[in-house]
Structure formats: C-alpha cells, structure tokens
Ligand binder design. Structure first.
Ligand code: SAM
Length: 195
C-alpha cells in the first residue's frame, strides 16, 4: 500500500483521472485480470459510444479474465469499446490504426496475480514497448507504469524504465517517480507526461 491505504494501482488510477477525457483512446499494455482495463474504460467511455481501450497481454488466461471482469462490470455498450489482443506489448503499434492519437498507455508490470509467476514482463520487451508508446502518445498524454521490485528481474526492469524516462528531453517530457522510501519492496510508480 502507498499513500495511506491506497494500492499503487489505485494511485495510478487517480492520476489517470486527471489526464483522461471522455472519448479518449487508451492502451492497457498488460491486461492481466482486467482491473486496469475496466478502470480506464469507465474514464473514457461516453454516452454516444466514443472512447476506446486497446488491451493486450501475452497470456490467453489473462485476456479471458479481463473479458469475464468486463462481463461483470461493464454495460454492453461499454464492452463494445474494448478491443483485446493476445500479443506482446512491444507490438502495440500493429493493432492500432495508423496515426491514432493515444492519451494513455498503462503498464502494470510483473506477473499475473493468481497465475503463473514464471510468465513476467521483461526489461527487453518493456523497453521496446516504451519506445512504441512514446511514438503513439499524443501531446498531453501519459505513459503510466506500476513497477514491482520484489521478484527476480524486477529491479533490473525498474532500472530499464528509469533509464528510458531519464533520457527523454526536458522540453518534451515530464518524468517522475513515486517511491516508498521506508518500504524498499513496495511497488513504484513512474509517470511520463508528454507536454
Ligand atoms: N493490469 C492487470 C490488472 O489490472 O489486473 C495486472 C497486470 S499483471 C501485474 C502483468 C501482466 O503482464 C500479466 O498478465 C502478464 O501476462 C502480462 N505480460 C507479461 N509480459 C507481457 C508482454 N510482453 N506483453 C504484454 N503483456 C505481458
């Protein structure tokens, strides 16, 4: 938990709420059990059927879990705004129409809660996905990451994310990190805003 009793993901959702508008197009780069997909869908879906969530995950189990959660929590009209793809997020540019203006690309890294802990995001593909996200993001958009450091490879992945964000030019990007200084294993949040 960070910020009192809020989970890291809930804090990320608070930030999204300040950035997103109804009708926006957003990407959930790691669908997992679908909680982030549903949260962003509720923020962008508008009554006239605008707004779109492109979701992806390399595990079909994750996409099935996401579909089930959507069945439980979203209306038929909202569900029609979600497109799910069984692909690596490094290929996100292949599934969106060319020149789509994307307001949010969200990553919740690591493994599928309740699933196979051996199937995790990796530094290499996370970096490729960040490069793809950077190209697709609109001005005023956000790349949001929840990064876990308690599992093998987690710290290396954090360093990769930090290296990517640190290298972005100051004129075009605002990059920040939330870290619990007295809980070294707590998840971290990285926010990359495009000016
Ligand atoms: N956002 C999810 C939610 O709200 O429940 C949690 C995501 S979970 C922490 C991380 C997910 O990333 C897992 O489901 C895993 O299969 C997925 N994943 C791992 N490597 C991936 C990759 N290269 N591309 C897309 N998804 C990946």
């Amino acid at each position: 938990y960070i910020f009192g009793k809020k989970k890291a993901t809930e804090v990320a959702h608070l930030v999204w709420r300040h950035v997103l508008h109804k009708g926006d197009i957003v990407i959930d780069a790691t669908c997992g059990n679908g909680y982030d997909t549903v949260a962003m869908l509720k923020m962008v879906a508008d009554e006239s059927g605008r707004g779109c969530v492109y979701g992806m995950d390399i595990q079909t189990e994750a996409l099935e879990n996401t579909s089930s959660l959507l069945d439980e929590t979203a209306t038929q009209k909202e569900k029609e705004l979600v497109k799910l793809f069984p692909i690596c997020h490094s290929r996100m540019d292949e599934v969106l129409p060319e020149n789509t203006a994307v307001r949010l690309v969200a990553f919740n890294l690591g493994y599928l809660p309740g699933g196979d802990k051996g199937i995790i995001t990796t530094s290499k593909t996370t970096l490729l996905a960040l490069e793809a996200a950077k190209k697709m993001l609109m001005s005023g958009g956000l790349i949001s990451l929840v990064v876990y450091v308690g599992h093998p490879g987690g710290r290396e992945e954090l360093e990769t994310v930090e290296g990517f964000a640190s290298g972005l030019c100051v004129d075009g990007w605002v990059c920040c990190k939330f870290q619990m200084l007295n809980r070294p294993l707590a998840p971290l949040l990285v926010f990359i805003f495009k000016r």
